[in-house]
Design a protein around this ligand. Sequence first.
Ligand code: ATP
Ligand code: MG
Ligand code: MG
Ligand code: MG
Length: 468
Amino acid sequence: QYLSGNEIRNIFLDFFAQRNHQILPSASLVPEDPTVLLTIAGMLPFKPIFLGQRTPEFKRATTSQKCIRTNDIENVGRTKRHHTFFEMLGNFSFGDYFKEQAIAWGWEISTQVFGFSPNNLVVSVFEDDDEAFGIWRDQIGVPIARIKRLGEDDNFWVSGPTGPCGPCSEIYYDFHPERGDENIDLEDDSRFIEFYNLVFMQYNRDASGNLTPLQNKNIDTGMGLERMAQILQKVPNNYETDLIFPIIQTAAQIAGIDYHKSDEKTKVSLKVIGDHVRSVVHMIADEIRASNVGRGYVLRRLIRRVVRHGRLIGISGEFTTQVAETAIALSESAYPNVRQREAAIKAELQREESNFLTTLDRGEKLLEEIVQELKQQGSTQISGKSAFKLYDTYGFPLELTQEIATENDLTVDVEGFEVEMEIQKGRGRDAHETIDLTVQGSLDKLAEHIQVTEFLGYTQPATTAKVE
Ligand code: ATP
Ligand code: MG
Ligand code: MG
Ligand code: MG
């Protein structure tokens, strides 16, 4: 009875097609823009149009754009709403309609088409944007207690350190309006979820941060498909929607476990698998190959995280092609290229997985030796150096070493490990051959090892980037 992910996508595109928007296919995850590693938003393919470098064929367009955000990798499975791979629904105006119309349609599709009650909606505007505030209040009739003014981090959208940007206004779903208008804190994700961002794209930002007005006033919007599915399908998080959950079930089945009966840690692993498998399927479909640099490195890291999390939930053999099959089946109607590229996807996964499993096996042997030696010496702690070697050379996340240590009544010198990590960082950024294989390696670590272009994966400038 609930709308499926595919239906939500079609309803959005139809709504804007009826309002003279041209429906365009999703662009590749590999952007034309050479300064950006991966497509991070629906606007990216239109950047040259916003900058006035290309004349658009249409004044209005609507898309469902495949996106990858590596800056959200640590949020995957931990928040209810973040993925590395997701689809962004968007409506765009290239120097045609602007604020008033974008807000009116944004409200109409949310309330009339998707049927959200105005009581369940809260909106935000950029702190200085009195115009947007006024439109929500006077033309839409949103009570002022439910219009929040937010600062640059949230409500000034930039696609990177430089480029087209502008103030934005966002629509949040309120799961608990009964908690009252007095205590609205949009950061509280037990109550609110941001689902639709309306960007008033009117400036270009240069390297020194100066804003100059663009030739046109444009509209760029982004609605998260998986988040809409979460709300409309009344499930507790994006992962349990029909867009992703079957992948999780496939992995759980291989592991011989039941998602709903699993503890939190296992659920996180299943969610990581569910998310990353979608990313890698679409990345390989878009001709990215695993390597040690740039987007190939992102791909490799994602595949290795899938394998690692598979092990954490008790899968011992190869399994990635099987879960990939579920992901392909789920998205082939909207993205036929995933089926066309099925053989390439599976071959790449198989090769990466088996290589990585070999490395992991070698690491396990080394760890066994270390444990034996320690036992002979009567010591109870694995040194930071050893833990780091396991991590650095054999791809052992600290967590895994700790787990095995605990099984053997040993501890790990975590501080020593971190010291080694700092030393490693100091060795410079050319160390491409040293790959971060960890399950929980941070974005910083990722960025260290990748070309500087990786930084442009941010949706906020590096200085204001915020990882929730
Ligand atoms: P959040 O504050 O929740 O991290 P955002 O402000 O970074 O989201 P935008 O850059 O405004 O997101 O992107 C537009 C829309 O795309 C969001 O409103 C959301 O619906 C969706 N979206 C953004 N990032 C993700 C993600 N990592 N996973 C799933 N959907 C996302
Ligand atoms: Mg974000
Ligand atoms: Mg936000
Ligand atoms: Mg936003």
